[in-house]
Design a protein around this ligand. Structure first.
Ligand code: NAP
Length: 199
């Protein structure tokens, strides 16, 4: 299987690459680093990426930027940034990738526990993460040729719980988080959001 990992240099992405690379051919894609680059905000850049890496069997996205501010400080441009980047960037990886990906391939996107857990200052993350999970749920039933779409929802990624954290269940290591991405690639799951803490 040939797997394209977008965000391969990131905290989560590099552990996903590590978890997959000994069994599969992994194509590591970055934004400002690496040999193969993409800007998920640009549909033209995504198209160029797929032309360059085709054929492939799976796309894993561990990319997508947000702006975090209290609701009253957010301006229109902050919302637009989050919608164009983490939300539409990942959705466009599926919309454009579906005509390139091999039969029975899979897309795995990244949301976050803020979709379900409200935390002050994180309204943009809640909005985008929830929308990604909704997108995958229904896009999955429209995919042709056995292609699957899933989402991994990571908690707070840390090596150790920071001082003062009373509930360690709100976080995990990136190494452990990678297991949920492997599950999405290797299983027959479709349209699901996997809470990374369950794997
Ligand atoms: N870390 C957490 O605690 C946490 C928790 C929940 C959810 N998440 C979500 O998990 C995802 C990855 O988070 P992370 O902490 O691993 O991020 P990170 O360490 O900041 O890494 C981001 C990765 O995405 C790439 N990237 C950035 N902008 C891009 C763009 N416009 N187009 C294509 N690639 C782009 C970067 O490439 P370059 O390095 O080459 O620039 C890098 O490889 C994000 O969607 C984040 O919201 C993270």
């Amino acid at each position: 299987m040939r797997i394209v990992v977008i965000g391969a240099s990131g905290t989560i992405g590099r552990e996903v690459v590590r978890a997959l690379a000994d069994r599969y051919e992994v194509v590591s894609v970055g934004h400002t680093s690496g040999d193969i680059r993409v800007d998920i905000v640009s549909k033209e850049s995504i198209r160029r990426l797929y032309e360059a890496v085709t054929p492939f069997d799976a796309v894993v996205s561990a990319a997508g930027q947000l702006r975090f501010k209290p609701l009253e400080s957010l301006i229109d441009d902050d919302f637009q940034f989050c919608l164009s980047n983490k939300l539409m960037g990942q959705i466009n990886l599926v919309r454009l990738g579906v005509s390139y990906i091999n039969d029975n391939g899979s897309f795995t996107l990244t949301s976050g526990i803020l979709a379900k857990t409200p935390l002050p200052g994180n309204v943009t993350a809640s909005m985008v993460d929830s929308a990604l999970e909704g997108f995958a749920r229904t896009a999955a039933v429209e995919m042709p040729r056995g292609v699957r779409v899933n989402v991994v929802s990571p908690p707070w990624i840390w090596d150790e719980p920071p001082a003062g954290i009373k509930d360690p269940s709100i976080g995990m290591t990136a190494v452990a988080c990678a297991a949920a991405y492997v599950e999405c690639v290797e299983s027959s799951r479709n349209g699901e959001t996997l809470d990374a803490r369950d794997f």
